[in-house]
Design a protein around this ligand. Structure first.
Ligand code: 26V
Length: 849
């Protein structure tokens, strides 16, 4: 290793072997240790008592002296104590009846706030509210005190959070494994229209939902070398001698099922040094060197990488990946499995689901454990390993597929690199066997890329090792088979499957949209909460004028709620009687926020130039929410352009307030829960063939927004279910996109051919939105006119035409309401409960049904 690493410290400072063993004979002989744990009484008085105890004995304050933060922490701990009995009972039940459990391996969990969800799951909302009232406390203020754990970037991390919610609700055993980042996704602010990132110190005011278990810490090695020896039978044995070790401390989080007495566990790992500092070095006066090991270790779980989609090949990121999977495998094999289990039975006990390639280093790690540590021969170990993993791919962008340069990997994990080479060797023999004489294919399929530098292709490793490989929407899975991994599909067609993503109806309908839930409950009962297809029963009500009115009232009230929030949060005024047109998602060129912006500017330009009389403009508010990866220059320029356009359009009297552009900073789960229920129109306008699935699209449809979208990702399936009359479809299909690219796409020809597009771009280029400064927007415009990799200019015409259809439809409130109701009624398929059912049937427990 280079000098960035601490000097080697190999200590075995892990807790004494006994520290994580269960307590002594006490357990066997005392009722108290084995009997059921009882929850506080489920009454308002019982809740108040527990709350005051938590305040007095947990926080050490009296109610009269307590701050809002004290009260929030005490309330959270109160809810926790109600869930505790179920948590312990679930663990106990699972240990008694061992089945194959799901080990969900994900570098990200974008959980969102916990308080509301845990109150909902435990059915304590009513009691808690009355209890707080009795104490004279404003419950809304306490809810507002919680900082959401933003331990993810976007769709992939939020999906993991929805999946663990569904598994608990379905009483399926699952441990979610991940990283307890000290800093989650950055907090976004705007300074003069430009994104500025601030650290997300989510732990600063306390973290009442987590349970640290230092006594269950595990050791993780890094660096060093391997040693090979030959035993008396002539068998070779290899041993990894790491150069240094880091301690992984698990933090447990409750994952409660919806009112079913089940609480699963999310186990997030935090990295610590084995010793705070080297006392001898410290005493010798080299203070910096003395704490090197500590700094190295603690850096590992310090911060979430804020890029989604462009891997930077950074060493720290590989350290994070190995750190959390090494901890998780060790934890499962040594501390979760009963001692007496024969590891040949491992596939009957666990299936590790690889959430994208981030945890794929778990594959050679399991091989290393089985072969080097447990003495299995290679073939048997490989047979076991192949049954223990399945891989989900979440992207279509070639640049998003992770590869690790072999020099980096070999330096950090020398034994793992050897194992990967051997896996590859044997795999390529198989390829040669299946396709004799086809060396081109062998080169294409090799896990090791040779160009531009020798590197391990993690998606290939995952595909070779996994029992199954899945995409996240029908179209995506098809493109995975045809374009991303075609050689692998040719070799193992049965390995490939699809599981369309889903979202949890608990958080994204029940919790986020209480008004709509109440209306639905009143109309069809509450079964939908755990069986979302029951929403179908709403279909006939689309023709009921009274119901439609109530549906509109809900939307109106949700807009009012959002408007209040934005006023306080951002000082923004949201017009109540506008069509609310929303595009919220990570900022990425393929998602085409610029296309949305071109539409906005074209409306404005139409009025400015006199082409459109102002009274013909549909009053509309366009709301953007998006974070850009800090190193993604073009994305940041687009953010600046959106803010510039917003400032000009919002204040130009010529628009008479009919067009508003809002861009509240720091879009996150908490804001999503307020924005989505208020939206009329959902923008899902990625270039076909680029968005793997999308899950925001599902959340909007389920909350009664209509979609304007392309035939991409899960839009295809939404359109299929809701019907063409209830969806604003536009743009090229994926094959049409390919065809245009083949023909040679010249964006400027679209600019020249379409006078509206030309006027729109010219207005931006004139510096109209940037105080006359043409240079300030040139990067975005040059890119559009000369490259436009995601064909925004080619999509402009059909997009504008679709927006016209939107406005005509919106002008008829009854027909619009009918469509929104049908969207809600027909989107039950997108429950993450259904996704989990599909994973169980097709991947985790096939043949079990
Ligand atoms: C990639 C990387 C690359 C290295 C730096 C950190 C990092 C973090 C995340 C990712 C994954 C990007 C892939 C992703 O988020 N895909 C999204 O997954 C959603 C859930 O399946 C899906 O709905 C979105 O369409 C897809 O873009």
């Amino acid at each position: 290793m280079t000098s960035t690493h601490p000097h080697p410290v190999i200590t075995d400072e892990s807790p004494s072997a006994d520290a994580n063993r269960r307590g002594p004979s006490f357990e066997a002989s005392h009722e108290l240790a084995t009997g059921p744990v009882t929850s506080p009484p489920r009454t308002v008085d019982g809740f108040v008592r527990e709350f005051l105890d938590q305040l007095n004995f947990g926080q050490g304050v009296k109610l009269s002296q307590s701050t809002i933060n004290d009260q929030y922490l005490a309330l959270a701990r109160t809810v926790r104590s109600y869930l505790m009995a179920s948590w312990l009972e679930t663990g106990h039940r699972r240990r008694k009846n061992p089945t194959r459990i799901v080990g969900y391996l994900s570098a990200e969990y974008l959980l969102g706030r916990q308080l509301g969800n845990n109150l909902l799951a435990s059915d304590l909302q009513g009691i808690a509210e009355q209890a707080m009232e009795q104490c004279g406390i404003d419950m809304a203020a306490l809810r507002g005190q919680e900082v959401e754990p933003g331990l993810g970037n976007g769709g992939l991390g939020r999906l993991a959070a929805c999946f663990v919610d569904s598994l608990a609700t379905m009483d399926q055993p699952c441990i979610g494994y991940g990283i307890r980042y000290e800093y989650g996704i950055f907090r976004q602010t705007f300074v003069e229209g430009r994104q500025v990132e601030e650290p997300d110190s989510w732990l600063r005011l306390g973290s009442p939902w987590e349970f640290p278990h230092p006594e269950r810490a595990v050791q993780v090695g890094f660096g060093g070398h391997t040693e090979t020896s030959v035993d008396e039978d002539g068998t070779e044995h290899t041993r990894w001698v790491p150069a240094w070790q880091v301690r992984g401390v698990p933090y447990h989080y409750m994952v409660p099922g919806f009112r079913n007495g089940v609480v699963n566990t999310l186990r997030l790992w935090s990295a610590e040094a084995n010793q705070a500092f080297d006392l001898q070095t410290f005493n010798a006066g080299d203070y910096a060197q003395a704490s090197r090991a500590e700094i190295f270790a603690e850096n590992i779980s310090k911060v979430l990488y804020p890029d989604d989609s462009t891997p930077q090949g950074k060493e720290l990121r590989l350290q994070q990946q190995y750190f959390f999977v090494a901890c998780s495998l060790r934890d499962f094999i040594e501390n979760t499995l009963p001692r007496d289990v024969d590891l040949r039975e491992l596939p009957q006990r666990i299936i590790f689901q690889l959430n994208d390639t981030h945890p794929v280093i778990a594959v050679p790690e399991l091989m290393r454990i089985l072969v080097d540590e447990k003495g299995f021969d290679w073939d048997e170990a490989w047979d076991i390993t192949q049954q223990c993993f399945a891989y989900t791919c979440h992207t279509l962008l070639p640049e998003a597929l992770e590869v690790w340069p072999v020099d980096l990997l070999g330096r950090l994990l020398p034994r793992h690199l050897e194992i990967i080479y051997r896996i590859n060797e044997e795999f390529l023999l198989e390829v040669r066997d299946a396709f004799p004489g086809d060396e081109g294919r062998v080169r294409r399929m090799s896990i090791i890329a040779e160009q531009p530098q020798r590197a391990v292709r993690m998606a290939y490793l995952a595909t070779v090792a996994g029992a199954k490989v899945n995409g996240v929407a029908e179209l995506h899975s098809q493109l995975l088979r045809d374009d991303v991994l075609p050689d692998f599909h040719a070799m193992w067609p049965e390995k490939f499957t699809n599981v369309t993503n889903g979202i949890t109806p608990r958080r994204f309908l029940y919790l986020a949209n209480r008004r709509l839930s109440d209306l639905i409950n009143e109309t069809i009962g509450t079964g939908w909460v755990t069986d979302l297809e029951q929403l179908r029963q709403l279909e006939p009500y689309a023709d009921d004028a009274d119901f439609r009115q109530r549906f509109r009232d809900v939307k109106h009230a949700n807009k009012e709620r959002l408007s209040k929030l934005l006023r306080v949060r951002d000082g923004i005024e949201l017009s109540q009687d506008h069509l609310l047109d929303v595009m919220v998602k990570r900022l990425h060129e393929y998602k085409r926020q610029t296309l949305k912006l071109l539409h906005v500017v074209s409306v404005y330009e139409g009025v400015l130039s006199g082409r459109t009389p102002i009274d013909q403009v549909t009053p509309r508010t366009v709301l953007f929410g998006a974070k850009a990866a800090p190193g993604y220059h073009m994305a940041k320029e687009i953010i600046f352009l959106i803010n510039s356009v917003a400032e000009t359009v919002n204040t130009d009297p010529v628009m008479d307030g009919r067009l508003q552009v809002l861009f509240p900073a720091n879009y996150n789960v908490t804001l999503a829960e307020k924005v989505i229920p208020a939206a009329d129109l959902s923008e899902q306008i990625s270039l076909a063939g680029k968005e793997a699935s999308g899950t925001g699209n599902m959340k909007f449809a389920l909350n009664g927004a209509l979609t304007i979208g392309t035939l991409d990702g899960a839009n295809v399936e939404i359109l299929d279910l809701v019907g063409e009359d209830n969806f604003f479809l536009f743009g090229m299909t994926e094959p049409e996109v390919e065809e245009l690219r083949q023909r040679g796409y010249v964006p400027s020809s679209f600019y020249e051919a379409d006078p509206v597009l030309k006027a729109t771009i010219d207005l931006i280029g004139s510096g109209h939105f940037t105080g006359g400064d043409r240079g300030a927007v040139s990067a975005v415009l040059d890119n559009l006119l000369n490259h436009d990799p995601f064909m925004a200019l080619a999509g402009f015409g059909s997009y504008l035409e679709a927006q016209d259809r939107v406005e005509r439809a919106y002008a008829d409130p009854e027909a619009w309401s009918r469509s929104t109701i049908l969207n809600v009624a027909r989107c039950g398929f997108f429950s993450s409960d259904r996704s989990m059912r599909d994973y169980l049937d097709r991947i985790w427990l096939p043949g079990d049904a």
